[in-house]
Design a protein around this ligand. Structure first.
Ligand SMILES: C[S@@+](CC[C@H](N)C(=O)[O-])C[C@H]1O[C@@H](n2cnc3c(N)ncnc32)[C@H](O)[C@@H]1O
Length: 262
């Protein structure tokens, strides 16, 4: 395949970033709007989030929760640990992580969308989660120190990245030896056709960028991490008709994964 053909067949990354930012700006500022995906507390509880955890964090972060699964059971976060959330959105998972690592731990949320960062910071300030900070950065290039992190977490985000391998290499770089990557994300049973992978709008809706599950696991392992658990999340369902069509045709689904840095 020539470079020109490769470029023609890939999604337009500039348009994609704009669409992703626009979509998640809306998620932050208008959580009760119409989306391809469900958001909010009812879904979080269905995915497995604990009622006690949800009661202890800012409720507006739950309204804008756009994750796709529960992985805190795999992450096993401990008091005093340093955790990095790739694509932290309005902050729900950073607050749940803060409950687990306590006041002696540290949680760093990374996101590229200003409105998500603004909302997360203002909720953090109002609730006094002093161990949580946010940084505007790409998940492919966080700017954090190498081997500085006990656990990297992420929810519904890596599917949005044009090159997943870059994200997993960055996670592996910032993890210490023995550190964990625990995430939930959208994958597929069969590889998606170009008509879908070149559609930036479907991509921003967490469908177009989904990798086939074996390719996804291979990308994590190519970064030097060892995949230890893969859990399927049938509780997660897209809600729009077009999204449901793609879901049944290509087996678009949510999984939670635990990988460890040797
Ligand atoms: C589906 S939302 C999930 C947010 C959050 N994890 C949650 O569960 O609510 C995706 C988030 O990832 C951010 N994002 C997507 N691609 C990114 C990238 N390449 N670098 C940084 N942030 C990104 C978006 O701005 C958005 O806030």
């Amino acid at each position: 395949m020539t470079v020109a053909t490769e470029l023609k067949k890939s999604v337009d990354v500039v348009a994609l970033e704009e669409k992703v930012k626009a979509m998640y700006r809306d998620v932050a500022t208008n959580p009760h709007g119409d989306y391809h995906f469900e958001m909010g507390r009812e879904m979080a509880e269905r995915l497995g989030y604990l009622t006690a955890d949800l009661d202890a964090i800012p409720q507006q972060s739950i309204d804008s929760f756009a994750g796709v699964g529960y992985y805190f059971d795999l992450a096993e976060l401990k008091a005093g640990e340093t955790v990095v959330d790739l694509g932290s959105g309005s902050g729900m998972d950073t607050f749940v992580a803060a409950l687990k690592v306590g006041e002696t731990g540290r949680v760093i949320g990374i996101d590229m969308t200003d409105e998500q960062l603004d909302k997360a910071r203002s909720l953090r300030d109002g609730a006094g989660f002093d161990q949580v900070t946010y940084q505007k950065a790409y998940i492919e290039s966080t700017g954090l120190e190498s081997e500085s992190t006990d656990a990297v977490i992420s929810n519904g985000v890596v599917n949005l990245a044009p090159v997943k391998e870059k994200v997993f290499r960055e996670a592996a770089r910032i993890l210490r030896s023995g550190g964990r990557l625990a995430l939930s994300d959208i994958v597929t049973d069969t590889r998606l056709p170009e008509g879908i992978t070149c559609d930036a709008t479907l991509w921003a809706a967490c469908i177009g960028g989904a990798l086939q599950i074996d390719d996804y696991i291979a990308a994590i392992e190519a970064a030097g991490l060892k995949v230890e658990r893969v859990k399927h999340n049938p509780e997660y369902q897209f809600i729009s008709d077009s999204a449901q069509g793609a879901t049944s045709k290509f087996g678009v689904k949510s999984v939670s994964i635990l990988a460890v840095k040797p």
